[in-house]
Ligand binder design. Structure first.
Ligand code: NAP
Length: 137
């Protein structure tokens, strides 16, 4: 069994991304710094799989303490997840990835940040209810 989880951060209205990055990129207030620290703390020692752009956004040091794997749309999610038996696997996004992998996720860790600005990518609350599909099928 693979323990599939998500950890992500959203703005107050569900903002997820802007022009390929985080909407709040560069913000130095405590909440934003702590969010990044917490992301690396919680994923340490685990598997982190994500689409190519999200993987490219991780700093080099991130690869030292966790297994980071780029996933592609041509791969079947069942095949991808079966490569990590007994591991905790975090699905790092982006949204197109969560659309497909949400049904396997048993734990969502969503940090709401004090951000009210613009975005071009949004959190979809339907992802949270998709997990039941695995047992209903
Ligand atoms: N706030 C957060 O916590 C958070 C987290 C992650 C991303 N984001 C933001 O989200 C925004 C957009 O990211 P993105 O979606 O363009 O980036 P991405 O990381 O490149 O993810 C999307 C790509 O993943 C690949 N993929 C792999 N498996 C897939 C599957 N089963 N189904 C569909 N696609 C699959 C596809 O590329 P191929 O078809 O080429 O394989 C797809 O184009 C950025 O602004 C980023 O900063 C925010």
């Amino acid at each position: 069994m693979t323990d599939v989880r998500v950890i992500c951060a959203i703005g107050r209205s569900g903002q997820l991304g802007l022009q390929g990055g985080m909407p709040w990129e560069g913000r130095q207030e405590r909440a934003f710094i702590e969010d990044v620290e917490r992301f690396f703390e919680i994923t340490r020692g685990h598997v982190l799989i994500a689409g190519p752009k999200t993987v490219a956004s991780f700093p080099d040091f991130a690869h030292d303490e966790r297994t980071i794997v780029t996933i592609r749309s041509k791969e079947r999610p069942e095949d991808v997840l079966s490569r990590f038996p007994g591991r905790v696997v975090y699905i790092g996004g982006g949204p197109a990835v969560w659309d497909v992998y949400a049904r396997y996720v048993r734990h969502w860790d969503i940090n709401t940040l004090p951000y009210d600005g613009e975005a071009d990518t949004w959190f979809n609350p339907a992802w949270l209810l998709a997990g039941g599909a695995v047992t209903r099928r």
